[in-house]
Design a protein around this ligand. Structure first.
Ligand SMILES: CC(C)(COP(=O)(O)OP(=O)(O)OC[C@H]1O[C@@H](n2cnc3c(N)ncnc32)[C@H](O)[C@@H]1OP(=O)(O)O)[C@@H](O)C(=O)NCCC(=O)NCCS
Length: 121
């Protein structure tokens, strides 16, 4: 995942720099311990759908709330820009994580396993 993030950044194919997009880093003691990107969802026809991408928390720092912090911050950025946040993941741990954060599971969509509506503020 991190290799892909780095490669796409170098190639300039995804720098999370289009309208509404952002790449967040979580820092602890001047070290990067987590990363999470927000893209406009390229699999959706709507430009009001965001997509969580490249979420990764370093193994030593897991289960300390960093993933939640990153995704909460991403959701705050969605207000007024995206009505819905989608993603695709295939691990039981990530499934448990996203459901703990209030995402619901989506069945039968090859491009989306979890979804969360963004409420109006
Ligand atoms: C999934 C991932 C981002 C979670 O990050 P994290 O910082 O460990 O998550 P948090 O500490 O914020 O967890 C928040 C809640 O999610 C749930 N959760 C997180 N990891 C879980 C796991 N492995 N199993 C079950 N529940 C889990 C828990 O309810 C947790 O709250 P708790 O610790 O108080 O019980 C991290 O495990 C990771 O980087 N995994 C590898 C990459 C990956 O799978 N990325 C997602 C693909 S889109």
């Amino acid at each position: 995942m991190l290799d892909r993030l780095q490669q796409e950044w170098k190639e300039g194919t995804n720098r999370f720099d289009q309208a509404g997009e952002i790449l967040l880093l979580a820092m602890q003691n001047q070290q990067v311990v987590g990363v999470c990107g927000l893209n406009r969802d390229p699999y959706s026809n709507s430009d009001r759908v965001g997509r969580v991408r490249r979420l990764y928390v370093s193994a030593d720092s897991r289960r300390t709330g960093i993933g939640r912090l990153l995704v909460d911050a991403i959701q705050l950025r969605c207000h007024g820009v995206f009505d819905e946040l989608r993603l695709r993941t295939d691990t039981p741990a990530a499934d448990a994580f996203y459901r703990a954060l209030g995402f619901r599971r989506v069945e039968g969509d090859p491009d989306c396993t979890h979804l969360r509506e963004i409420a109006d503020r």
